[in-house]
Design a protein around this ligand. Sequence first.
Ligand SMILES: NC(=O)c1ccc[n+]([C@@H]2O[C@H](COP(=O)([O-])OP(=O)(O)OC[C@H]3O[C@@H](n4cnc5c(N)ncnc54)[C@H](OP(=O)(O)O)[C@@H]3O)[C@@H](O)[C@H]2O)c1
Length: 292
Amino acid sequence: MKVLVTGSTGQLGRALLESIPASVQAYGIDRAQCDLADPEQCRALVAAQRPDLIINAGAYTQVDKAEIERGLAFRINADAPAAFAAGLAQSGGRLIQVSTDFVFDGRQGVPYAPEALSNPLNVYGASKRAGEQAVLQQLNERAVVLRTAWVYSSHGSNFVKTMLRLMSTRDKVSVVSDQIGAPTSARSLANAVWAAVLRPTVSGILHWTDAGVASWYDFALAIQEDALARGLLDRAVPVLPIAAEEYARQFPASVPRPSFSVLDLRSTREQLGLDGIHWRTNLRMMLDELKS
Ligand SMILES: NC(=O)c1ccc[n+]([C@@H]2O[C@H](COP(=O)([O-])OP(=O)(O)OC[C@H]3O[C@@H](n4cnc5c(N)ncnc54)[C@H](OP(=O)(O)O)[C@@H]3O)[C@@H](O)[C@H]2O)c1
C-alpha cells in the first residue's frame, strides 16, 4: 500500500514516519514538495503520485496567530484537505484527515462523542472543522477524520518543551487550571493512525487521545515532577494555578479555547482494537527520550 504523509517535519508526521508498518510503503511530504497553502499543488500531488491513501498530518497549527492569518489558516486546514479529497475521489484512494478537539466549544461537561455537535470558538477550530466537512462530504466511506488533542513529542514545539524551558529559566510559572483535556503523545497518536490505515473498513469520525484527563496545571505539575526525577530540571519552581480569564488578561493576543475538550474514545478504541495508555505513562516515555 502506497501512503503519503503530509506534514512530515511536524510532531505527528515524524512519529508516523518512525513507525511505518511492514505492509506499507510510506513517503513523507514536506512543504517544499507540496505547499498546503496552494490547493493546485495538492491536486497535482495526488495526480502525480496516485497514492492508495494520504495521511494529512500537515496543518496550520498556530492557534492564536490564526485569528490574524484567517485566509492562510483556511487554505491550509480546509482547502488543502478538500483538494486531496477531490483528487482521491477520482483515483479511488482513502484519506485520513487529522483534526482537533478545538472543533468543540467545551460547554459540555462530559466527554465529546464523535457525533457530538461542533461549535468552534476560534479561527483555528473553524478552519479544521471546514476541512473535516470537506473530506467527509467528498469521500464518504473512504474518509477518516481522526480528532486528537494536546499533542506533544520530543521534536518540535509543544507544551512539555515550553514548560521545561520556563521552569529552568523563571522563578515561578503560572499555568491555566480551568481548561481540561487529555495530553497525547505523538507516538501513541501515530499508532492509532496506522491502525486506521490498516483497517480499510473504518471510516467517519474517530477520537484519539491518551487515557486520563488533566488541566494544563496538572500537566505542568507532572512535567516538573517527572523532569526533576530524570535530571532534566535541576530545581523545582512554584507552579501556580491561574484561571483562563486571568491568563487572557495577561496575554490579550491569546484566543478563547474550550474549557472542557475531553474526547470520548470508546467507539474508536473498539474500531481500532486499541487500548489507551495513560498520558502520564506516555509523558514519562517522552521525557526518557529527551534525556537520552
Ligand atoms: N499539536 C497539537 O496540540 C494538536 C492538537 C489537536 C490536533 N492537532 C492536529 O494534529 C495534526 C498534527 O499536528 P502536529 O502537532 O504534528 O503539528 P506541527 O508539529 O505543528 O506540524 C505541522 C506540520 O504541517 C506543516 N505545514 C504547515 N504549513 C504548511 C504548508 N503551507 N505547506 C506544507 N506543510 C505545512 C509543517 O511544516 P513546516 O515544518 O515546514 O512548518 C509541519 O510539518 C494537525 O492536523 C493538527 O491540527 C494537533
